[in-house]
Design a protein around this ligand. Structure first.
Ligand code: C2O
Ligand code: CU
Ligand code: CU
Length: 501
């Protein structure tokens, strides 16, 4: 039997949606030009690639008639896109021109712990930090963002995030759109709330802290209601959920099919044809969208029409789905205008890459229990320390796990709380090998989740097993992080540290 909650998590949910629900409410017009973050310029000397980044504050025209104070990297808001090839050695000099301490973390990257840009590599105001590492992994859409202790949520919310694209020969030789800003686009989705004066409204309540900060205005690459005009019949979207906490259920309003070609860590073995996908905070997918019909599809997040308790709202939604009036709300993200597409030639490769066989010599299995003590948090008036992994919350002076570099491990992620947590591990790309819960038993791993990942959504009462080989970097002093990527949870301590030795 499918429960309502379970149903919402599956694509069956979408197949039950009558098409006219999605088409029903074409809300406000999309009128702002789609912005493509510029590529960060780099100086190349052989395989060495030198970048200069400046973390800065600025003012951005996001809403009409007001300016929003924002943060960015080489830009007033958000960051330039960093692009490098497998085999390159990057040297990224980061200058902090804010009057607060920050860090820049390369999310999804395999690299020495000292170069990771986590809480152990703070960059003080006016200081500089250089991160240098070899790109040893395959083509993928990664990203970078602030990881400052207790400030990650706030700094990312204000704009300290950007995309980091890795290319390799294998992906370049495939017949995929790869002309940046022409047929290959970053799509950084974020939700924000604003004050009257145009400033961002960050956490204002206990609810924001416990559930994570969600906003009622969708931005793509920092722009509200953008429309992407293209003349290309096939485009590639590198979709990043750069939101602090919101989990998106994304589909096009006309319910068209598209192909998912990549997950967090790179290309899938084959394109996967679908109409929708779920994207938790920090997750990425790359999709190919066929626009040869010349239409104007809107990417939309489908939300239950009523808030309240989770079962309650899903209950209402399901009741309505079973026949009564409009069941869901649309939270529209952006529109594509393909009215000037002339060609109808669209080629989707049958095969992309071949994965390495799963390593079988597992030396260690570790269990991570995710818990939230709502009662204590309420009584204390703060969730600090009440969001835990294996009973403890982040202590920067304590290393939680010691791992043998080069070894293969299974991490068992158990969610003992009432809400879903997107669990992220630094320095690795893992494979999901099992997803199960008492209620529903073992579930199939979806095609979207079958590839390399650095983040996985663990639903309430679920148990997810991930398998990975830790790269050969040894440093007994500098740890990497693992944590919930709802940034308010991370800041409240739902994070731990490991070293590889
Ligand atoms: Cu997106 Cu600890 O990082
Ligand atoms: Cu990370
Ligand atoms: Cu969480």
């Amino acid at each position: 039997m499918f429960s309502r909650r379970k149903l919402l998590q599956t694509s069956l949910f979408y197949s039950l949606l009558p098409q006219n629900i999605l088409q029903a409410k074409v809300t406000e017009k999309f009128h702002n030009p789609f912005q493509v973050p510029p590529l960060a310029t780099a100086e190349r000397k052989g395989r060495d690639l030198y970048f200069n980044l400046r973390v800065q504050s600025g003012k951005s025209a996001i809403l009409p008639n007001v300016l929003t104070p924002t943060l960015g990297i080489n830009l007033p808001f958000l960051g330039e896109t960093i692009r490098a090839n497998r085999g390159d050695r990057v040297h990224i000099k980061v200058k902090n021109s804010l009057n607060e301490t920050t860090t820049l973390h390369w999310h999804g990257m395999k690299l020495p712990a000292k170069m990771d840009g986590g809480p152990h590599q703070p960059i003080l105001p006016d200081a500089e930090w250089t991160s240098e590492f070899d790109i040893i992994q395959n083509a993928a859409t990664l990203w970078y963002h602030s990881h400052q202790m207790h400030q990650t949520g706030k700094q990312v919310y204000h704009g300290l995030a950007g995309m980091f694209i890795i290319d390799d020969d294998e992906s370049q030789n495939l017949d995929l759109p790869n002309d940046y800003g022409v047929d290959d686009f970053p799509v950084i989705i974020q939700d924000r709330d604003f004050n009257q004066d145009g400033s961002f409204r960050y956490v204002t309540s206990m609810h924001d802290l416990m559930m994570g900060k969600a906003g009622n205005t969708a931005l793509v690459n920092g722009v509200n209601k953008p429309v992407l005009k293209t003349t290309k019949a096939l485009i590639r979207l590198r979709v990043l959920n750069g939101s602090n906490a919101r989990i998106y259920n994304l589909a096009f309003h006309d319910f068209r099919h598209f192909h998912i070609i990549a997950s967090d860590g790179g290309l899938l073995e084959k394109p996967f044809r679908t109409k929708s996908f779920t994207l938790a905070p920090a997750e990425r997918v790359e999709i190919l969208v066929d626009l040869s019909d010349g239409e104007m599809p809107i990417l939309t997040h489908i939300t239950p029409s009523n808030s309240g308790s989770e079962e309650g709202m899903m209950g209402q939604m399901m009741d309505r789905l079973m026949g009564v009036e409009e069941a869901v709300n649309r939270f529209d993200i952006f529109q594509i205008d393909a009215s000037e597409v002339t060609s109808s030639k669209v080629n989707i490769p049958d095969n992309l890459v071949t994965f390495e066989p799963l390593p079988d010599a597992v030396v260690h299995k570790r269990v991570f229990k995710l818990e939230m003590d709502m009662m204590s948090a309420m009584m204390k008036g703060s969730p600090q320390g009440q969001l835990t992994i294996n009973g403890s919350s982040m202590d920067i002076n304590h290393i939680n796990e010691t791992i043998q570099a080069g070894s293969t491990e299974i991490w068992v992620l158990e969610n003992h709380s009432m809400m879903a947590h997107p669990f992220h591990i630094h320095d690795v790309q893992f494979r999901i090998i099992k997803r199960e819960s008492e209620k529903f038993g073992e579930q199939n791993i979806s095609a979207q989740e079958a590839g390399y990942k650095d983040i996985v959504l663990v639903n309430p009462n679920e148990r997810v097993e991930v398998l990975m080989t830790f790269p050969e970097f040894r440093d007994s002093e500098t740890p990497y992080m693992y944590h919930c990527h709802i940034l308010e949870h991370e800041d409240a301590g739902m994070m731990g540290q490991f070293v590889t030795v």
